[in-house]
Design a binder for this molecule. Structure first.
Ligand SMILES: C[S@@+](CC[C@H](N)C(=O)[O-])C[C@H]1O[C@@H](n2cnc3c(N)ncnc32)[C@H](O)[C@@H]1O
Length: 218
């Protein structure tokens, strides 16, 4: 899943991953993150998710990182926000009150681009990446997050042979392999989805499990 893949998808409007409503697991498990008033969040590979708006409405500054200028422009347009654009090399920074979107490659992000201890919400970011990139993603995230940082992670698991990824199926075992060395992992919930409800079932997937984790940097 190289940048060209994603740029093309945004150009063609192939964004089946986008949800019109704030993510239900974010809303349900937001209290488990024990966020302080005004504590900042990072949403890697954020697309044009309305989770950014929902978190800002809870009073949190949010930073999203996204390759596609189309996604970012759509986000601010659809949310009826006007964004100020500036250079933050190698990123273009789009900012409107509590919401900042960095246009560019997540793998170029440094600690200097972020508030000191961001809390991460990962929905459809890790699972958007193939195996070798998942390891790179977690390694990079590890360098960005100081001790005590928390991640709320939503994963998708299904028989991988039933659908061409993304999303990639992610087992509980792999989550432990990826994060276990530097993070404490708490599985908050496992949901077996009723098939027919989820868009993936229309694409031939016969069983689908979502797992939600709270992952804390040691
Ligand atoms: C599956 S979508 C999920 C978007 C969002 N998290 C959501 O829940 O709707 C993955 C997004 O990551 C973006 N992306 C992929 N690789 C990236 C990278 N290396 N840096 C920044 N964004 C990236 C894509 O353009 C795409 O919008």
């Amino acid at each position: 899943m190289e940048p060209d893949h994603w740029h093309q998808r945004w150009q063609e409007g192939r964004i089946g991953f986008h949800q019109a409503q704030p993510n239900r697991w974010l809303q349900q498990f937001y209290p488990d993150l024990l966020l302080k008033q005004g504590e900042p969040l990072l949403l890697p590979l954020c697309g044009k998710t309305v989770d950014l708006t929902w978190l800002a409405e809870q009073g949190h500054p949010v930073v999203g990182v996204e390759l596609s200028a189309i996604a970012i422009a759509d986000f601010f347009h659809e949310q009826q926000l006007s964004a100020k654009r500036s250079q933050q090399p190698p990123f273009i920074r789009w900012e409107s009150n509590l919401i900042t979107l960095l246009e560019g490659d997540f793998f170029h992000l440094t600690r200097d681009d972020l508030p000191p201890t961001p809390v991460v919400f990962d929905r459809a970011a890790l699972v958007a990446l193939p195996a070798e990139m998942r390891q790179r993603y977690v390694t990079h995230l590890t360098t960005l997050l100081p001790a005590g940082s928390r991640i709320l992670l939503v994963t998708t698991d299904y028989p991988q042979e039933q659908k061409i990824p993304p999303p990639f199926a992610l087992s509980d075992e792999e989550v432990h392999t990826l994060y276990g060395d530097h993070f404490d992992i708490q599985r908050l919930h496992t949901e077996t989805l009723t098939m027919g409800q989820d868009p993936l079932s229309k694409r031939g997937v016969t069983s689908l499990v979502e797992r939600i984790y709270k992952i804390t940097r040691r």
